[in-house]
Design a protein around this ligand. Structure first.
Ligand SMILES: [Zn+2]
Length: 282
């Protein structure tokens, strides 16, 4: 196996813990091992599967991935990426954990563009997504792993910044793994997110308007909000981009697309809010 695919896990014992017995995991040859000899091999693509109860994942959907990649690579979420980079560059942060990283768009971009030397950890519960993420990681710097959000194989008080980008939260685990002076950065959709799509299907949706109030209230029960800002932009859509966008949007998964005329949808709003939280009781 390519040596640098393993090398990135050199300092594993500073951050990872065994998902079985919770003692430190140390790099030994091509595996991470704990003192009780639980062993986890580094896959040839350069990630580790630390998921204990492997649930059957729904089949990986290639066209959905390609649509998502087109939209991300064409820059529709770059204003969000820019805000995240700005925050990471301007604070004293070293270890970053990307929660539910999917195909790794943000972690890969952050590792390429950050002006700081960050140590980036990123996981998803879907192994297929992590395999795709490793393919884009040309400088082989991100520590990719497969895990469950409910029981993270990460040591207590070891992370400087958690990135929770359009992903579910587990505030107990976030509190446990975050350093006392660490940050939780959460990105949630804003009320105008995809408003051009919503306007065209409003009579077919259960709830016409989206509200992130419940999500923000829940955040505030566990973390103190020190910053809260709107991160919004509208973009022109090409025909190809419009097609990709409407076929990757979960909002539309149960809607009969044939009956809607999308041809006059020429722009799209990507509206989000960035919450920065600190621990309540450090
Ligand atoms: Zn163990």
């Amino acid at each position: 196996m390519n040596n640098d695919k393993i090398k990135r896990f050199e300092n594993a014992d500073e951050t990872f813990r065994c998902p079985i017995c919770r003692s430190y995991l140390k790099l030994k040859e091509k595996s991470l091992k704990c003192e009780n000899n639980h062993s986890f091999d580094i896959a040839k693509q350069g990630y580790i599967n630390l998921l204990m109860n492997s649930k059957k994942q729904k089949l990986y959907d290639k066209s959905s991935f390609e649509n998502r990649r087109l939209i991300l690579e064409n820059g529709f979420y770059d204003h969000i990426l820019k805000e995240i980079l700005l925050f990471l560059n301007n604070n004293s942060i070293n270890k970053v954990l990307d929660i539910g990283c999917g195909e790794g768009f943000y972690s890969n971009k952050i590792s390429q563009l950050s002006s700081r030397a960050l140590e980036i950890f990123a996981f998803d519960i879907a192994k297929d997504s992590i395999v795709l993420a490793t393919k884009e990681d040309s400088d082989r710097s991100v520590k990719w792993f497969v895990s469950d959000l409910a029981d993270l194989p990460i040591q207590n008080s070891s992370i400087d910044c958690i990135l929770d980008i359009f992903s579910p939260a587990n505030y107990n685990e976030f509190n446990r793994i975050l350093k006392d002076d660490g940050f939780l950065l959460k990105i949630v959709p804003g009320e105008n997110h995809l408003k051009e799509i919503r306007a065209r299907v409003k009579d077919k949706l259960n709830k016409e308007d989206y509200s992130n109030k419940d999500v923000i209230n829940c955040f505030e029960e566990s973390f103190k909000i020190i910053d809260h800002k709107k991160v919004s932009a509208s973009y022109k859509l090409s025909t190809e981009e419009r097609h990709a966008l409407i076929h990757m949007t979960p909002l539309l998964f149960n809607i009969d697309m044939e009956k809607i005329d999308w041809n006059d949808m020429s722009s799209i709003t990507i509206d989000a809010e960035m919450l920065i939280g600190k621990k309540l009781v450090p």
